[in-house]
Write a protein that binds this ligand. Structure first.
Ligand code: IPE
Ligand code: IPE
Ligand code: MG
Length: 250
């Protein structure tokens, strides 16, 4: 049976997040420079956006550049930034065609002005699209996100705009970069690494984790289907017992 037909439409994850890893190793395997892997990773990005939209995923969040990635060799960082700009330019038409709304999370201040401009342009042009929300994590770190949330909340407390007793999970959630997004249902990491690398620490509290050996530039729609089928075969208990989950009235 083909893998796509195994997907149950009623149980498609609402929010998928992906740690797109393995570009450098993919290039190295073919004796090429790491940036060749990044360039080829863009094709996977396009296919995964289109496929996600097509099967009814409402939110797709892609980890494109971490706060820690700034510590990579200067030339690699520079190439990644120009690749970001050229990809945004090139992909705009396809985002429109597929009704994709683009937004970003992260500390964009650190990005080159050219990249910031391109991001605001594509964000503005796609803001009314409604099939899927694509969130690019750029210069993103979950710890930094939590720090800035605490700073904003503290400021409100100091200014008497908020009472300490009012601080709850919802308030914290509303001060994260991801305040418009639901929790992550399925987190995918490619390339065989089994770590979170400072991605969405708060938002993955109850996400199903899926690790695959496939390197990001090789990741195709069949791999996404595979991840979704495995997700659908898991029992998400949220602390309850299996019996409670099976008998939904309890
Ligand atoms: C992921 O691939 C892309 C970014 C982190 C920007 P890597 O560049 O981390 O590739 P590997 O892990 O070195 O193979
Ligand atoms: C995580 O990948 C960041 C992105 C995919 C953008 P890394 O390759 O930077 O992660 P580590 O350093 O190996 O954990
Ligand atoms: Mg890596």
């Amino acid at each position: 049976m083909n893998i796509k037909s195994q997907i149950q439409a009623s149980k498609v994850p609402t929010h998928i997040a992906v740690i797109m890893d393995g570009n450098g190793r993919w290039a190295k395997k073919q004796g090429k420079a790491r940036v060749f892997g990044h360039k080829n990773g863009v094709k996977s990005v396009r296919e995964i956006i289109e496929t996600s939209a097509e099967i009814g995923v409402r939110y797709l969040t892609l980890y494109a550049f971490s706060t820690e990635n700034w510590n990579r060799p200067k030339l690699e960082v520079k190439t990644l930034m120009s690749l970001l700009v050229s990809s945004l330019k090139k992909e705009l038409a396809s985002l429109q065609k597929n009704n994709v709304k683009l937004q970003t999370i992260g500390n964009l201040k650190h990005l080159p002005v050219k990249a910031q401009k391109e991001i605001s342009e594509v964000t503005a042009k796609t803001k009314n699209n409604s099939k899927i929300t694509l969130t690019l994590a750029l210069s993103y770190g979950a710890r930094e996100e939590i720090v800035q949330a605490i700073q904003k909340i503290s400021k409100k407390v100091v200014n008497n705009a908020l009472n300490i007793k009012e601080i709850d999970e919802k308030i914290i959630n509303n001060h994260l970069y991801t305040f418009t997004l639901p929790d992550v249902d399925l987190l995918i990491r490619t390339s065989g690494e089994k770590r979170i690398s400072n991605f969405l620490l708060w938002q993955i509290a109850y996400a199903e984790l899926y690790f695959t050996e496939v390197l990001w530039p090789d990741f195709r729609k069949e791999h996404l289907y595979q991840a979704i089928v495995e997700y659908q075969n898991r029992e998400r208990r949220f602390g309850k017992t299996s019996e409670q989950i099976k008998n939904k009235n309890e």
